[in-house]
Design a protein around this ligand. Structure first.
Ligand code: ZN
Length: 148
């Protein structure tokens, strides 16, 4: 992960070693499995959505440090938020990673900006975006998603 500054790298490593919301969710009502064949990252994301709000979220799976840290930060950023807000964060994150030249809502992203450096590493983009596509799939009612 050279090229990312020290603070960013520290946050990533911290999320990787102690991922937030890394748990199964017994009463989840929207679940999706994501797979990134490029790296072998796998994630199962479970959401408990009540009245349009993401009440609780849990993820499980195995993958590289970036996929894990990204999943951890993603769950942290959407927990307790409305589905609509989560979709806005998805869009902002997607833009930051895929179209860094465009307009990026940094207020919405907060710590997620830590992952902005991966746009310089095309092979790691899928790792960073996997959890996000899985979140979108879960909200859309798709049981599985694969990064292309
Ligand atoms: Zn990966």
């Amino acid at each position: 992960m050279s090229g990312l500054n020290d603070l960013y790298q520290e946050i990533l490593l911290e999320h990787n070693s102690k991922p937030r919301n890394f748990k199964s969710l017994e009463d989840a009502n929207q679940i999706s499995e994501g797979y990134n064949p490029l790296c072998g990252d796998q994630i199962t994301l479970a959401l408990k959505v009540v009245d349009g709000v993401i009440d609780d979220v849990g993820f499980q799976g195995s993958g590289c440090a970036i996929s894990r840290a990204s999943a951890s930060m993603m769950t942290q950023s959407i927990k307790g938020q409305s589905v609509e807000h989560a979709e806005h964060i998805f869009d902002a994150f997607h833009n930051m990673i895929i179209e860094p030249e465009g307009e990026i809502d940094l207020d919405l992203l907060g710590d997620l900006e830590t992952l902005s450096g991966v746009n310089e590493y095309p092979t790691r983009i899928k790792c960073a975006i996997l959890a996000w596509h899985t979140m979108k799939a879960a909200l859309d009612g798709d049981a599985q998603v694969t990064t292309e």
